[in-house]
Design a protein around this ligand. Sequence first.
Ligand code: G
Ligand code: G
Ligand code: MN
Ligand code: NA
Length: 253
Amino acid sequence: TRLARDLPDALSRGQLRLVYQPVVGVAERRVLGIEALVRWDHPVLGEVSPEEFVPLAEDDGLIVPLQRWVLDQATAELAALLRAGRDLQLGVNISVRHLQSGSLVPDVAAALARAGLPPQRLMLEVTESLFIGQPDRADGDLQTLHDMGCVISLDDFGRGYSTFAYLARLPVDVLKMDREFLAGLTDDARCAALVESVIELGNRLSIDVVAEGVETPGQLAALRDLGCRYLQGFLLGRPTGPAELAAVIDAFD
Ligand code: G
Ligand code: G
Ligand code: MN
Ligand code: NA
């Protein structure tokens, strides 16, 4: 396909960029973190979603250089925000292929060193679907990253399966509750009970829970009432380029 053909040059031609979506603390009433989301501005096709090109990169052996670029770019942009006086954590989505390649640990260490960031500033977002199958070296590398001080989050929690087994097996600090949970939150008691259970699970395991996909004031109020402390979604802030990000962050203060 055209996308697969053009992808190898996208990096070298500077066609990739990052946007950032805020994560808001309910008690803190401010932006505590930002999640980096990659975009490809294709010269002919326009903006291409990572849902389309990340799988292509994974099949074509391009995912490691792509993820390295994401790590380097995002840590550099976070360092600039910290220098400008903001206090934030950075979330980066990780590909299991990068983890399995064995180079994620040195690539993360290099990005942090280059940007002059402590590992505690970096949250690595892994998707549970990545771990379907036998425990392997990826588990060990994730543990190493956790031991280094990086924050590990389980992304899209609840969408796949065997989620509880991952919690037993992996060093998870943060659960990002899949936005599917919010669909019926305000009008379906069973849905509210499910969300409450995930928050309770996090409390019992000392794992922070972030609700993803918060779109309405009603959802926000319901989540707050259920004790959810961290929120992300279009209501709190859309993914934004680095130029406008500081204004988005400051608008909460
Ligand atoms: O930002 P958007 O909603 O278009 O993201 C679509 C999907 O792409 C999400 O599942 C998101 O986690 C994933 N994604 C966004 N940025 C990255 C990235 O830098 N690396 C990887 N591996 N996935 C990403
Ligand atoms: O899989 P992951 O959680 O990384 O996916 C992030 C994607 O979710 C981003 O591409 C972002 O555009 C999308 N997203 C973020 N907030 C919302 C929201 O409130 N509603 C919907 N539908 N999508 C969202
Ligand atoms: Mn994510
Ligand atoms: Na998610």
